[in-house]
Design a protein around this ligand. Structure first.
Ligand code: 5RP
Length: 257
C-alpha cells in the first residue's frame, strides 16, 4: 500500500481468484478514496465490508491525506474500531447532516434497494444513513439479487416487551405473506444464531429474521407496513436511499448508480 498517495492495489493481473475478504477490502478502500474529501462529516457503517472503509479512513487521516473529518459510527463495534484508529467522532445530536455514509449490505436488488441488518445494526445504520447527502454501498457481487427476500432473511428490530406477539403480528402483515419469522438468538447480534440467549441489539432490542421463499413483491409497501406496526423499531429494507453501489467481482470493480 501507498496510503500517502491514495493509491492501493490488489493485483488481479494473474487472474488469481481473490478471496471474499480481498474483495471487501477493495470496495472498502475505494469508497473512501473516491467519495471522502477533507472537511466532511462521514457516516461509518457496520460489518466485515464497512470495516475496511473505516480502516482506510483511519489510514488517510493518519498520514495527512485527509484532514478535518468527523465521523458518526452506526454501532458500538464500529465506534470502537474508529476510536482505536483515532478517527474523530461526533453524533447526530450535534451533526444532523452528513456529506457521505458508507456501508455494506446483505442484498442489493436491480433498483439498488437493500436488505441490511445481518449484523444487527440496522436501526443505527438507517437513522444515520438517511441523513447523508450520499449513501455509498459496498459489496462483493454475491450480494446482488433479482428480488429481495429469498437470498437473505429480512431483519426487523422489535422491542422486547411482548415480543412474541409482535413477531406474530409482523408475520401476518399482508405484504409479507408467507414469511417465516425467527427470533434471532446468539451471543452477538450477528445472525449466527449461535447461542441459547436471545440476541440483544446495541439499543437493547430484539431482532426477528423474516425468511422468504419468494421475492418480496413490493418492498416499499412492506417497509411501510412494518413501520406502522406497534412494537417494531425499524426494519432492514433500505429503499430509495442508495446513491451508488461499488461492487467487487471476479472481473474487478464496478459502480452502479
Ligand atoms: C449490519 C449490516 C451490514 O452492513 C451487512 O450485514 C453486511 O455485512 P457484511 O459486509 O459483513 O457482509 O447491515 O447490520
Amino acid at each position: 500500500f501507498k496510503p500517502s498517495t491514495r493509491s492501493f492495489s490488489i493485483d488481479t493481473s494473474l487472474n488469481m481468484a481473490l478471496s471474499q475478504d480481498e474483495l471487501k477490502k477493495m470496495v472498502g478502500y475505494k469508497s473512501v478514496d473516491d467519495y471522502v474529501k477533507s472537511g466532511m462529516v462521514v457516516g461509518l457503517g457496520t460489518g466485515s465490508t464497512a470495516y475496511y472503509a473505516v480502516e482506510r479512513l483511519g489510514q488517510l487521516l493518519k498520514d495527512g491525506t485527509l484532514e478535518d473529518i468527523v465521523a458518526i459510527p452506526t454501532s458500538i463495534r464500529t465506534k470502537e474500531q474508529a476510536e482505536e484508529l483515532g478517527i474523530p467522532l461526533v453524533t447526530l445530536d450535534t451533526h444532523s447532516k452528513l456529506d457521505v455514509a458508507i456501508d455494506g449490505a446483505d442484498e442489493v436488488d436491480p433498483d439498488l434497494n437493500l436488505v441490511k441488518g445481518g449484523g444487527g445494526a440496522l436501526f443505527r445504520e438507517k437513522i444515520v444513513e438517511v441523513c447523508a447527502d450520499k449513501f455509498i454501498v459496498i459489496v462483493d457481487e454475491s450480494k446482488l439479487c433479482d428480488g429481495l427476500g429469498p437470498g437473505f432473511p429480512l431483519p426487523v428490530e422489535i422491542v422486547p416487551f411482548c415480543h412474541e406477539h409482535t413477531l406474530r403480528t409482523v408475520a401476518a402483515l399482508p405484504s409479507l405473506a408467507g414469511c417465516k419469522p425467527v427470533l434471532r438468538m446468539g451471543s452477538s447480534t450477528n445472525n449466527q444464531n449461535d447461542g441459547d440467549e436471545i440476541a440483544v441489539t446495541d439499543n437493547g432490542n430484539y431482532i426477528v429474521d423474516l425468511h422468504f421463499e419468494e421475492p418480496i413483491k413490493d418492498a416499499v409497501k412492506a417497509g411501510e407496513e412494518l413501520k406502522n406496526t406497534v412494537g417494531v423499531v425499524e426494519h432492514g429494507l433500505f429503499c430509495g436511499m442508495t446513491t451508488a453501489v461499488i461492487i467487487a467481482g471476479a472481473d474487478g470493480i464496478s459502480v452502479k448508480e
